[in-house]
Design a protein around this ligand. Structure first.
Ligand SMILES: N[C@@H](CCC(=O)N[C@@H](CS)C(=O)NCC(=O)O)C(=O)O
Length: 240
């Protein structure tokens, strides 16, 4: 049994999409991070970092129970479990896939995340932070655009985990939602390479299925005081 502890945020979506693309069976356990579920002892047994996504595989390496956190590590593990699907086999493609996965983990995720934070979640507006992270979002999207004007997919000629891990962040930066109306959006029309890639990913049935996982669990609304406290307030620093 593969248990996936998750919530419908970009970091959750990437794993939901990967699971649907790989055709693995899994059980979703909702961790409502706005309500503080991430601090429950049963979740902290799976990840010491109280962040989604995290998994527990009752048939891990050596047939033994195994836990894993950090979305990129989870996606590599799932690929291996499915016989190596979605990470290219040839060395160039494989390393390019890992390169762009790291670019997401070290660049796109943290910078887009801070833009969301200061643009939509922070209790007061800090213009410097909104400009700083907004500029980084534009810069990183230009980097992706350069790549996607040269190659069909981020790893090169084939769709891979590198595309799946990056796509949900672009979706959150472009799709209209009351949550992000004050922050603003990036326009895909300004990035033709990214737009072609984005539309091709969005059209995949497994992606549509992945986006539906837990979709009704989280209102698409502005952040509440309770959510703000649990995800960014003192609770964060007193529980760990
Ligand atoms: N680097 C981590 C980031 C995970 C992460 O930031 N998850 C957020 C949701 S998108 C979370 O669980 N936040 C809960 C909290 O901050 O307590 C990954 O890629 O898995």
């Amino acid at each position: 049994m593969l248990e996936v502890w998750s919530w419908p945020t970009p970091n959750g979506h990437k794993v939901h999409i990967a699971l649907e693309e790989l055709g693995l069976e899994y059980k979703i356990i909702a961790v409502n991070i706005g309500a503080g579920d991430q601090f429950k002892p049963e979740f902290l047994k799976i990840t010491p970092n109280h962040r989604i996504p995290a998994i527990r595989d009752s048939e891990g390496p050596g047939g033994k129970p195994f836990t894993l956190f950090e979305s990129a590590a989870i996606m590599m593990y799932l690929s291996e479990k499915a016989g190596g699907k979605l990470i290219p086999k040839d060395p160039v493609g494989r390393w390019k896939c890992i390169e762009w996965m790291m670019f997401q983990m070290g660049g796109v995720g943290p910078m887009f995340g801070q833009w969301n934070h200061f643009g939509a979640y922070a209790p007061e507006k800090v213009p410097y932070a909104i400009t700083r992270y907004g500029n980084e979002v534009q810069r990183l999207t230009r980097v992706l655009n350069h790549r996607l004007e040269e190659t069909e997919w981020l790893a090169g000629g084939e769709y891979s985990m590198a595309d799946i891990i990056t796509f949900p962040w672009l979706r959150a930066a472009t799709q209209k939602s009351p949550r992000f109306d004050d922050r603003g959006y990036i326009a895909l029309a300004d990035y033709p390479g990214v737009k072609r890639w984005y539309d091709a990913i969005m059209a995949r049935p497994a992606v549509q299925r992945g986006l539906k996982v837990l979709a009704d669990a989280r209102p698409d609304d502005k952040i509440t005081d309770t959510e703000r406290e649990n995800t960014f307030g003192a609770t964060q620093f007193t529980k760990r």
